[in-house]
Design a protein around this ligand. Structure first.
Ligand SMILES: Nc1nc2c(c(=O)[nH]1)N[C@H]1C(S)=C(S)[C@@H](COP(=O)(O)OP(=O)(O)OC[C@H]3O[C@@H](n4cnc5c(N)ncnc54)[C@H](O)[C@@H]3O)O[C@H]1N2
Ligand code: MOO
Length: 438
């Protein structure tokens, strides 16, 4: 399955442009999202065996190659009969003449000449005067049984040859796969999923136990892979490195995210700053790559980086601070995964703010928020290095530089793992109608 994805997948070879907006060098938050989305072209479709295709988007119609069902069959255990009985039992496989019957099981091929199926419980076998076997209606037979065509599943009654059973663009569920199997398909052409390598940096980062002073527990390993999967990507196993330049070069240059699978995107965490231990930009340059975007006018997450390596692979450098990293992920990784996976950019909704948020000239504030009675409230404990606010949030408020007053609409993005899309839309409608009635 994996080999097939590699064999037929890939992405276009166009080079991405670097950020040269009016506000060079730092784009606004919404410019950065759009830029990350526009950088990437969709990956080419891949063929997958049916068992691996659930949850994927079909890219080529599945049409019936023959009638469905392709032969007329019995819907009951009993006898295929010609005429209204009694019948002489004949051998299976022969054409039935008038007043002949032959035994048949559910799903069995209806013989030529058969007009209907008599259920087992509606017939009775007797021996005729010449010792031959006769079938007659039983006393339990229903009135009028067997009616012409009764209990026959006719060829083509589910679909005719050539009919589209599953159109391209369908998000495949398990029943779609069963339908494709029924129609004789072994594999389906689906949109490829971006493969994402994860490089976690920091000598002070622990993966188990309670951290001591100067140490931190890794907050990215437990969440990034899952979030990438929710957003339609295939996460690689996280690679953990210290803050050494050589390890950065080796890790970023690694062209395998999973055995035999090249990444379309590598996400790094930490090392976006300007200290002697921050090597992201230098490593990208040493590998012949280019920075497409270096910093975003937002908070937290302003040092986030988007780059491209010579093999066409994207690199997103997330800042080390836990919340800053996830807000940068929302800003740059989510749009990139959408573009590579041939999905639209997640729309920003508007929800009425339940609180005043002060201005912060020149940058958008990304604040995890909760929805209460259709209003968005910033969560507390949402500092750049914190996780409590995000853990209980329904979405993220993108507060513009001029701030927002309670009662005003504020842009809000759903979180990948919350089902808040509808809340945002309906709250959005409420906000709009409130505005109209103001
Ligand atoms: N002089 C300046 N210092 C800093 C600036 C600045 O503009 N000037 N910006 C600050 C901001 S804002 C951010 S964000 C960070 C960016 O830091 P880095 O991307 O270089 O990341 P590190 O320095 O490696 O780590 C920062 C912080 O995050 C913790 N960390 C790292 N990895 C993990 C992990 N896997 N799990 C949990 N926590 C992690 C690390 O221990 C640090 O505390 O720079 C500011 N400084
Ligand atoms: O902006 Mo940093 O990105 O606050 O933590």
């Amino acid at each position: 399955m994996i080999a097939q994805e590699i064999a037929t997948g890939g992405r276009g070879s166009e080079m991405s442009h670097t950020w040269h907006g009016a506000r060079h060098p730092a784009p606004t938050w919404s410019e950065a999202r759009q830029f990350a989305f526009d950088c990437a072209t969709p990956l080419l479709p891949v063929c997958l065996p049916l068992a691996s295709a659930s949850g994927r988007t079909l890219t080529r119609d599945v049409a019936a190659v023959q009638n469905l069902p392709h032969y007329s069959s019995s819907a009951m255990d009993g006898w295929a009969v010609n005429g209204s009985g009694p019948w002489i039992l004949s051998r299976q496989g022969r054409t039935l003449s008038r007043d002949e019957a032959t035994t048949i099981a559910t799903g069995g091929l209806v013989p030529r000449g058969a007009q209907s199926i008599l259920r087992k419980e509606s017939g009775q076998i007797t021996r005729g005067p010449e010792g031959n076997l006769l079938l007659a209606l039983d006393q339990h037979a229903k009135h009028g049984e067997p009616r012409p065509g009764q209990h026959i599943r006719h060829a083509g009654e589910e679909a005719s040859a050539g009919e589209v059973l599953i159109p391209a663009g369908t998000l495949l569920n398990p029943a779609h796969l069963a339908l494709a199997a029924m129609a004789g398909y072994d594999e389906l052409q689906v949109q490829a999923q971006p493969v994402v390598a994860i490089v976690l940096t920091g000598s002070e980062v622990l993966t188990a136990g309670v951290p001591g002073p100067g140490q931190v527990r890794d907050t990215f390993g437990p969440q990034l892979g899952t979030v990438i999967s929710i957003l339609g990507g295939t996460p690689g196993n996280p690679l953990r490195i210290d803050d050494s330049y050589d390890e950065w070069i080796t890790a970023l240059g690694n062209s395998e995210a999973l055995p035999g699978q090249q990444p379309d995107l590598t996400i790094t965490t930490g090392g976006t700053g300007r200290s002697g231990t921050d090597h992201l930009r230098a490593a990208v340059a040493a590998l012949g790559g280019r920075l497409l975007l270096d910093g975003v006018a937002m908070r937290p997450g302003h040092p986030a980086v988007l780059a491209e390596l010579p093999d066409g692979r994207f690199v997103v450098g997330l800042p080390g601070n836990p919340l800053a990293a996830m807000m940068s992920f929302t800003t740059l990784v989510e749009p990139l995964l959408a573009a590579l996976g041939n999905r639209p950019l997640n729309a920003v909704g508007h929800v009425t703010s339940g609180a005043d948020v002060d201005p912060d000239p020149g940058r958008t504030r990304l604040i995890p928020c909760k929805f209460i009675h259709g209003l968005a409230f910033p969560t507390s404990r949402s500092g750049p290095g914190m996780m409590r606010g995000l853990a209980w949030a329904d979405g993220v408020m993108a507060v513009p530089p001029e701030g927002v007053q309670s009662g005003e609409p504020v842009p809000v993005l759903p979180l990948p793992w919350t089902q808040s899309h509808e809340t945002i839309v309906s709250a959005n409608n409420r906000a709009r109608s409130a505005a109209w009635h103001a």
